[in-house]
Design a protein around this ligand. Structure first.
Ligand SMILES: Cc1cc2nc3c(=O)[nH]c(=O)nc-3n(C[C@H](O)[C@H](O)[C@H](O)COP(=O)(O)O)c2cc1C
Length: 182
């Protein structure tokens, strides 16, 4: 069982990272966390190479990410809310999933024959709703062949850190159970 996690927080000891670590502690199998803020993957430039060809024309850190995603059973997106959405560096990495969209749309190829399980971790200080972020996360997960099956949210971190947010921690435990289920 392999889980690939994209952490969109700039803070390695922050709220999002805490919930990610909690999840990893509870997950069976192997987990790999990519910090979007550290990733050398550049944004999709819409060159449209993938409209006609398998893969991506940009040869950078994303090549390893593609391999990891393709080998993973679960994909988890984790992000602090920023302007009611997912963080910009997370979206930068996710923009490179365009190759999978293009495979389906223009070449009639389903890149992921076996569906993956998808999950979402969101933290926020408390401003605005999560509807937009959840819809975008669902779309990104769909691109990598994953259905959003579980989410955990800690949405008052200006006053209650995720470490103390018992509801969010319960949601992480429930998420692990869903992902660990065969
Ligand atoms: C640029 C920026 C934009 C933010 N926008 C939102 C927002 O729209 N809604 C919200 O609830 N919190 C917002 N926040 C607060 C963060 O989501 C919150 O502090 C989060 O828990 C930080 O997570 P971290 O500790 O993992 O980095 C914003 C923070 C920053 C820095």
């Amino acid at each position: 069982m392999k889980t690939w996690i994209l952490n969109g927080s700039p803070r390695k000891m922050g709220n999002t990272s805490y919930l990610v670590e909690e999840l990893v502690r509870k997950l069976d199998g192997e987990s790999k966390i990519v910090f979007a803020y550290d990733s050398a993957a550049s944004a999709c430039i819409d060159c449209r190479y993938c409209w006609k060809n398998d893969g991506c024309s940009i040869d950078d850190a994303m090549q390893e990410i593609y391999k990891d995603i393709e080998e993973s059973d679960h994909i988890v997106l984790a992000s602090p809310m920023q302007f009611m959405g997912l963080s910009a560096p997370l979206l930068c990495v996710a923009s490179r999933f365009q190759r999978y969209y293009a495979a389906r749309k223009f070449r009639n190829i389903e890149p992921f024959v076996v569906p993956k399980k998808g999950a979402l971790i969101l933290t926020g200080g408390g401003d605005g709703g999560t509807k937009h972020a959840v819809a975008v996360a669902r779309l990104i997960l769909k691109e990598v062949g994953a259905d959003l099956l579980a989410s955990a949210m800690s949405l008052g971190t200006d006053t209650l850190s995720s470490r103390e947010d018992t509801k969010a921690l319960e949601e992480i435990a429930a998420m692990a159970k869903i992902l660990n289920r065969a």
